[in-house]
Design a protein around this ligand. Structure first.
Ligand code: LMR
Length: 416
């Protein structure tokens, strides 16, 4: 063979959040700060093993469990508990919700895209502008024939939700059966969520235009520290669009998928544990669709992995562990909220040019700082402070010791 087609493939850059972590790890500067990847860190900026997860691990260790295959769809008790957590035990009883275990939130998103591409066959998928970069890659690879369209989400002038832009785009451009991806809470990267009234309006449009919703729920508990409050939008959509069995099928959208990640709220990043929940209209059995999901899983991974689901299941089914875990989630949410406010105050106290109110208004793991790409690069190159090029800062990399340093670094780049 004279020429290999493989030699024509260009070298691609590494995904940004992972590239940043690599660059940060190589940096020898003592005061370096990592505000890149969306991972929780404790007050010492170290990975935090949740005490509830540690207890679950010890409990599991004492059980001397075997290492057999799980069913293709995952562990039944795990998926039931995942449903309960997301939809509430009351709604989760309904027969039009069916669930499978996935390889974390990414696996759920990927399975959703594959499923939609094959069986729903929408013309367009609407993705918020901006969004978690992987949404684009997932839909590009799993649904190459589906056109990816952006809906406005962030208004850089007011540094808040561009609600009118979002609604107008969906009203004008979305067609029946199109997919719209919504972030259930703690929008990544902006940290800006619709209000309850805005969610109601979005649900109205979804119903009116017969859209198929894919909710990405990666941060339940991180937005407010309250697991129920952070699932409000999903439960509202379910109740109004799919929960009423007296509605004729023609009056409901084709369905909804919720992609649920346990990476952040259990600190189980490497275990890759999540779930996909498929919702069908009230009078439509999800069984056929469910078997197609199972078939896709069989082709992709054969069956999901054990350890993460065992930890999550152990915690969610034991009263004591569960309440310990709920405390752990609050601990993470409140530490992040604390450093969020410290950074805002620090920037104001040292007189960094501009208005920093938006940092306080945003919620969850991230702040969308409004810093430009040039400023972000200078922060990295001169001050060894790492964050995404779009100005997204993962707040958990801040602590009482480095917040003043970071604020001074930001002041230096914005005041120049
Ligand atoms: C992030 O957004 O930083 C995390 O979800 C990690 C990732 O996959 O990019």
């Amino acid at each position: 063979m004279t020429h290999s087609i493989l030699s024509d493939l260009p070298v691609l850059p590494l995904a940004e959040s992972f590239a940043l972590t690599e660059a940060y790890n190589l940096d020898t500067f003592p005061e370096k700060v990592n505000l890149g990847q969306g991972v929780y860190r404790d007050e010492e900026c170290q990975p935090w093993i949740l005490p509830s997860v540690r207890s679950a691990e010890e409990f599991l260790h004492r059980q001397h469990l075997n290492h057999e295959y799980l069913p293709i769809q995952g562990a039944a008790q795990f998926t039931r508990e995942a449903q309960n957590l997301l939809f509430s035990p009351q709604l989760a009883q309904n027969e039009n919700i069916t669930s499978v275990q996935t390889v974390a939130g990414t696996g759920a998103n990927h399975l959703a895209a594959l499923f939609c591409a094959r069986y729903l066959r929408p013309k367009n998928v609407f993705i918020s502008d901006p969004t978690w970069d992987n949404h684009h890659l997932i839909w590009e690879t799993a649904g190459p024939d589906i056109k990816r369209k952006l809906y406005p989400y962030y208004d850089p002038l007011t540094r808040s939700l561009d609600f009118d832009g979002m609604i107008t785009e969906l009203e004008n451009s979305a067609e029946e059966n199109d997919v719209v991806i919504l972030h259930a809470c703690a929008h990544n990267p902006t940290g800006i969520d619709p209000t309850d009234m805005q969610w109601e309006k979005i649900a109205e449009i979804v119903a009116k235009k017969c859209l198929f919703v894919v909710f990405d729920s990666a941060y339940q508990g991180f937005a407010s520290g309250d697991l129920d409050a952070d699932a409000w939008a999903i439960r509202y959509f379910y109740s109004t669009l799919f929960g009423d069995t007296s509605l004729p099928t023609s009056a409901t959208p084709a369905g909804m998928i919720v992609c649920q990640s346990f990476s952040k709220n259990f600190g189980l990043y490497g275990e890759r544990i999540g779930a996909l929940h498929l919702v069908t209209p009230p009078s439509v059995s999800p069984q056929g669709a469910y078997t197609h999901l199972v078939r896709l899983i069989r082709a992709e991974i054969s069956c999901p992995s054990l350890f993460g689901e065992r930890c999550v299941q152990a915690i969610l089914t034991d009263l004591e562990l569960r309440s310990k875990w709920e405390e752990d989630v609050k601990t993470m949410a409140s530490r992040i909220q604390g450093v969020r406010m410290s950074l805002k105050l620090e920037l104001e106290n040292i007189g960094a040019q501009g208005n920093w109110d938006h940092i306080g208004r945003q919620i969850g793991m991230f702040s969308y700082t409004g810093l430009s790409r040039t400023q972000v690069h200078r922060l990295r190159e001169v001050h060894h402070v790492y964050m995404l090029d779009n100005g997204r800062m993962s707040l958990s990399g801040l602590n009482g010791k480095n917040v003043a340093y970071v604020a001074r670094a930001i002041k230096e780049v914005v005041d120049r």
